[in-house]
Design a protein around this ligand. Sequence first.
Ligand SMILES: [Zn+2]
Length: 340
Amino acid sequence: MIFTKRTMMTILTYFLLIFLIPATVVYFGVHTAVHNSGGNSLSFELRSEIFKKFGKPPYKIKSYIVAKDTVQEFELENYLVGVVAAEMPASFPEEALKAQAVVARTYIVSRTLADKGDVAEHKGAPICTNPAHCNAWKSTEDARTGWGNVADEYLAKVTKAVNDTKGQIILYNGKPISAVYYAMSGGSTENAADVWGGNVPYLKSVSSSFDKNAPNFSTTAEFTFDEFRNIITGENAKANLSGNPNSWIGAVSTSQGGGVTSIVIGGQAFKGTRLRTLFSLRSQNFTVEITDRVIFHVKGYGHGVGMSQWGCKFLAEGGKNYEEILKYYYTGVEIGAMPG
Ligand SMILES: [Zn+2]
């Protein structure tokens, strides 16, 4: 991507927001009410933009509810309870839930500020409830059903996480960031540039080694030689997989975060992210083993850029508060509060 810095950032931000946000995420559902605030105040320019798009507080948000095929209006803070409930287990520590709340709010605000009403998947709304597209969301009723006999406790916990961070968003150079996240890293987070291209100054690789304690941190995916050959040659017919399977895999390049950036297979180069998609791997952080079949050994779950949700949990358990967690995963950011 070779554009001016500003153009590139605009394009990249839009790209991240529309296509790449959550992907693989931990899970559940709700909604309720709010008060309280913290963080630095926003620039005059940003406050004006917020008022223009959201009106006066309490801010309202429209979301396309995929399950109901309808656009509904919510109070922003109420909607966030449903997002946090759907995106992170309510059993996680309060500070982790708060980090998730600020991340989700940042996404909604930046997405809404950029919205031109022209995203086909949104039926006119700035956001939707498809977790692969925007953020997952659950109604209070659905969340309660999922939580069973701890529904009161969990609803209160998630609501508190939203209330205690009311209006707070993550800023870089005074602008809301693309607050991307995923379930768990492969031990370090990824530079955005290594996964999607383009340089995003706050999406830098940092260690998240404690993620190895997350459930199913290491996984394998196995394919017969025929299955592997069909998938690879289906992607690139020039790949030569006719010979001894032990000779199929060539040079591998990895990123600072440990993910495969490029791997030569049958004489042809493939991107790690593309193999992740083709073979439904949990991440692009993998090695390949050839036995009587092809075995991918995979670490982590998700694209690896930005905040690790499981890392969030472990940092919170280690005594970090949500602001420290956010500043850990997003380099050089500040927390700001929307007016009201
Ligand atoms: Zn969407």
